[in-house]
Design a protein. Structure first.
Lengths: 385, 559
């Protein structure tokens, strides 16, 4: 976003009386959020531009391709798929899934993806993707549609033509949506604290990300509830303190490694090296933005491998990610072990508290509460029984 | 027990009627004045149908908590603001009888199933595929008095035994037969209705009093919301309950038990109209925080507040309308816009956390809670009229006339009219119609003080961009907001007289005669106790007035 646009956005936010800070007092304040939406950052304004070959045609295309890999002709494969419908029969699926060759014997393609031929799936050749300039090669840069900066996001290049990634917020890529919606009612949430001298103005801020001891809660529409109270888990492996700043209504951080432990099948962890962030505040107080950095591509693809069907082309993605990995070469093989990538995030206002009952961060705004009863973050204790 | 195609109890029972010599079925349920075989010269008995909660609690107490009760109960009728009074007029419809039948079958099947039979049946048949009169007799002799809340006559027990035997023979299963016979007891008027039987009062020649078993039931349902336990039935059997000392002993026993909270909860759930929550729904587009859990928890919040204040703290009843002390769950805290730290482990049920509204908080007292503000609001907007009417009728025992049949609600219901952006403005326009003005003067100035609470009970400062004016008035007293309203209700004499009258009616089924010296004595003691509600219950339970036959005047007044 240009500086002009960013300023306009902040002005709109403040004009609605929903500035990040409730007052202009020059005292430190901390506001609480809970991450309410998280997924791979997708950008599909024009699929034909991103993926001009049009080779990736979802489950049907994948099934035909995989049948050909096990020896069927194109005509035979097309007929088998047409007869079978969306799901191939178990015999075909077994042969496809054991098409790896290990010591001359068939083996699971999921256990031995390197012993499986690269299907050379189509990857993104269009110019746009969300992300950050991580210092990667100029030739592989995308342009971020929001900042118009050249950025690194080889993760998107690898996965962006796959059908399950043809989603735009509020939708998520299918396996991620499935994992998120199944698990957020039980998996501990991730909290985010935003601290600064005056969050309504430009200046330095500190972002602290942790796990909560409790899971997200939903409202009457099935969406995540704002203004819930979460306890920040003490001494968790997910504790991240990041230095950042607000400039022209956009919050960014100084690059730093981030690690979040998760209990979702898709996001068993979020581990980014040299992570960047970029957030804006929506009029209702929600933070919306992106995280980017280098992630272990194997771990990412293993999350897909856990759900090999449903249009997720595990082996195709494996080879694409391996091919486009762009950081941390293995000293022995030269194979890059990390890949640049970007995730989109939303964080709703929430009360954050310690186990002892002390509220450490009230929400950025609270339509259900009077300002006068909104507690300062240092002196409110809730009695527990 | 193997699966056996057993017909509905009613259908099966019809075959047995000549054998069992039972009361005529349909007339028994449609005219529940059919008396049990008790006193011969009693006055016409009153029959009060058990409420769903009384039914459930009775079953749980008799058979244990592992028996689940599923099904839909017959709708209840509210009279003079209480279902307990309406219970006097309640019968059982054809469809209701089908429902009771299903519920009874479910219970009876569980009582005799493999999991429970050793505990609940209490004996083992000689042959599980055949009838066993001795075992059946033992079972019905034990559970019969608990279900009918009085001893069963030998004929009644033998009828149960024979019914079980015939059914066992039909289905070649002792437990199947026992289940059918038990299910029949559970749809009997003797179980579904609480009869008030009267007998000559030896202390007042020519007068009558409630008989001992009726008195035991009345006490038990009043104080514990359940059927009398064995000790209470024993006190009835010996006649001790008919003596002042014996009655006092039982009343003190019941009141000193933690189970008195069940009686308090049942009474206030009735008085505050919580049965109407069944039909409460809020538009999730506007009120996403009002989840199904929040709907249930809002009732529980107020009941917990009441029990804590009245039973645990022995507080002044009037302070319920001003107390800052309550209980919240995290979900309710979201609705109220406050933080609530619950250190329960992830995945554990949310706990109820004691919470005190901070000084200056717009909430204090039960009228500011969602159990009141949301219950008496339509789906998408508030209703100051509905809230004011509810307060007058439920809390102050006043009658607000219904609207005329030809009244137009065009101003009130249109929340998008740019001329009338607030409920106050809409109601002002509505009152411009002369036919509406009179009654709305009674209700609207009360309800408008609660306008800071939206239809779901959440806090708001404006409506359609216009700041809310929460000034109100009641009986000449001006105030602002729910806090001011709570103070006014606290100080209104009708507040205490209303709860006392309703508590009496909750036990007896009719409103007390206000001029009766005994009633005036109860009120004096209530006042002297600083409006200690448990003490009020004790005085009502000990008073002869509660056990006297109500005259035509009382019945007419109740109707």
């Amino acid at each position: 976003m240009s500086a002009v646009k960013a300023s306009t956005a902040l002005a709109l936010v403040c004009g609605a009386g929903l500035c990040l800070a409730a007052s202009s007092q020059a005292r430190a304040e901390t506001r609480g959020f809970v991450i309410s939406w998280f997924a791979t950052a997708t950008d599909i304004p024009d699929y034909k531009v991103d993926c001009p070959l049009g080779r990736m045609d979802g489950q049907t295309e994948m099934n035909v391709r995989q049948l050909r890999e096990i020896g069927y002709s194109q005509e035979q494969a097309v007929k088998i798929v047409a007869d079978a419908g969306a799901q191939l029969g178990p015999d075909y699926r077994y042969r496809i899934d054991t098409n790896a060759q290990v010591k001359g014997k068939p083996a699971s393609v999921f256990n031995y993806p390197d012993a499986t031929a690269d299907p050379n799936i189509e990857t993104v050749t269009g110019p746009y993707a969300y992300g950050f300039d991580l210092g990667g090669k100029a030739a592989s840069k995308f342009i971020d549609p929001e900042t118009h900066q050249k950025i690194d996001n080889q993760l998107w290049r690898s996965v962006g033509c796959t059908e399950s990634f043809h989603e735009a917020p509020p939708g998520k890529p299918y396996p991620e949506e499935l994992s998120w919606n199944l698990m957020i009612d039980s998996a501990p949430a991730w909290t985010l604290q935003l601290s600064g001298k005056d969050l309504s103005h430009d200046g330095p801020v500190t972002i602290t990300i942790d796990s909560a001891t409790q899971h997200l809660e939903r409202d009457a529409n099935g969406n995540v509830l704002a203004d819930y109270t979460y306890i920040v888990e003490p001494n968790s492996r997910s504790h991240n303190v990041l230095a950042g700043e607000i400039r022209d209504g956009v919050l960014t951080i100084k690059p730093k490694d981030i690690y979040l432990e998760g209990e979702l099948p898709f996001y068993a962890e979020i581990a980014l090296r040299g992570a960047h962030m970029r957030f804006k505040a929506e009029p209702n107080g929600t933070l919306v933005g992106y995280w980017g950095g280098y992630l272990n591509w194997r771990r990412f693809v293993y999350m897909y491998t856990a759900r090999p069907a449903n249009g997720a082309d595990s082996i195709g993605l494996y080879h694409a990610l391996k091919r486009f990995a762009d950081s941390d070469p293995d000293p022995k093989t030269g194979q890059n072990r990390y890949i640049s990538g970007t995730f989109r995030m939303e964080a709703l206002p929430a009360y954050l508290a310690r186990l002892d009952g002390t509220v450490i961060a009230p929400p950025v705004h609270n339509p259900g509460a009077l300002q006068r009863v909104e507690p300062p973050h240092t002196d409110v204790k809730t009695v527990t029984n | 027990m193997k699966a056996i195609p057993i017909p509905r109890v009613r259908t099966w029972l019809a075959r047995l009627l000549p054998l069992a010599a039972l009361v005529p079925l349909q007339s028994a349920w449609s005219a529940p004045a059919s008396p049990p075989p008790a006193s011969s010269d009693a006055s016409t008995p009153l029959a009060l149908r058990l409420s769903p909660s009384q039914y459930r609690q009775s079953i749980l107490d008799i058979f244990g908590p592992s028996v689940s009760i599923t099904g839909t109960f017959e709708p209840e009728t509210r009279v003079q603001g209480l279902l307990a009074i309406g219970a006097r007029q309640s019968n059982v419809s054809d469809s209701g009888l089908e429902s009771y039948d299903d519920i009874a079958r479910g219970i009876a099947d569980q009582v005799v199933d493999q999991k429970h039979r050793a505990t609940y049946v209490g004996c083992t048949p000689r042959d599980p595929k055949a009838s066993d009169d001795a075992c059946a007799r033992s079972f019905f002799s034990r559970v019969g008095p608990l279900l009918y809340r009085r001893p069963l006559t030998p004929d009644e027990i033998e009828a149960r035994v024979r019914a079980a035997a015939v059914a066992s023979g039909d289905v070649h299963d002792f437990y199947g037969g026992l289940s059918l016979s038990l299910a029949e007891m559970l749809i009997s008027p003797q179980f579904l209705f609480r009869y008030k039987m009267y007998e000559p009062d030896p202390a007042h020649p020519g007068g009558e009093r409630l008989d001992a078993y009726s008195k035991a039931s009345e006490l038990s349902f009043f104080l514990w919301n359940t059927s009398p336990d064995q000790e209470l039935l024993n006190a009835a059997a010996t006649g001790a309950i008919q003596t002042p000392a014996g009655l006092e002993q039982q009343v003190n026993r019941l009141i000193s038990s933690p189970r008195v909270t069940e009686g308090v909860r049942a009474f206030f759930g009735d008085m505050l109209g919580y049965s109407d929550f069944d039909t409460v729904a809020k538009d999730p587009s506007f009120f996403p925080r009002y989840t199904l859990n929040v709907k249930d928890e809002s009732q529980e919040q107020t009941l917990r507040t009441i029990v804590d204040h009245l039973v645990t703290r022995h507080g002044d009843y009037r302070d319920l309308f001003t107390t800052p002390h309550t209980f919240l769950t995290r979900a309710l805290a979201v609705l109220y816009g406050v933080p609530l730290v619950d250190p329960s482990d992830n995945g554990q049920p949310q706990r109820w956390i004691p919470y005190t509204y901070a000084p200056g908080d717009p909430r204090s007292g039960i009228l500011s809670e969602a159990s009141f503000t949301a219950l008496f609001s339509p789906s998408g907007r508030t209703s100051p009229t509905g809230r004011g009417k509810a307060l007058r009728e439920y809390i102050l025992c006043e009658k607000v006339p219904p609207p005329p049949g030809n009244v137009s609600f065009k101003f009130v219901e249109d929340t998008t009219n740019p001329q009338f952006k607030t409920a106050r403005a809409r109601l002002t326009a509505h009152r411009s119609e002369p036919m509406c003005a009179g009654c709305h003067k009674l209700t609207d100035p009360i309800g408008l003080a609660l306008e800071n609470f939206n239809s779901a009970g959440g806090y708001r400062t404006d409506e359609n961009g216009v700041a809310i004016d929460a000034t109100g008035e009641m009986n000449g007293h001006q105030f602002v907001g729910s806090v001011g309203l709570g103070n006014t209700v606290h100080d209104d004499p009708a507040t205490t007289s209303c709860v006392a009258r309703k508590a009496f009616a909750f036990e007896t089924g009719y409103m007390p005669p206000g001029s009766d010296p005994q009633w005036q004595q109860i009120m004096q003691k209530f006042s002297a106790s600083h409006y200690n509600f448990v003490e009020l219950m004790r005085q009502i339970a000990l008073s002869d007035l509660s056990y006297e036959p109500q005259g035509p005047a009382a019945l007419t007044a109740s109707n």
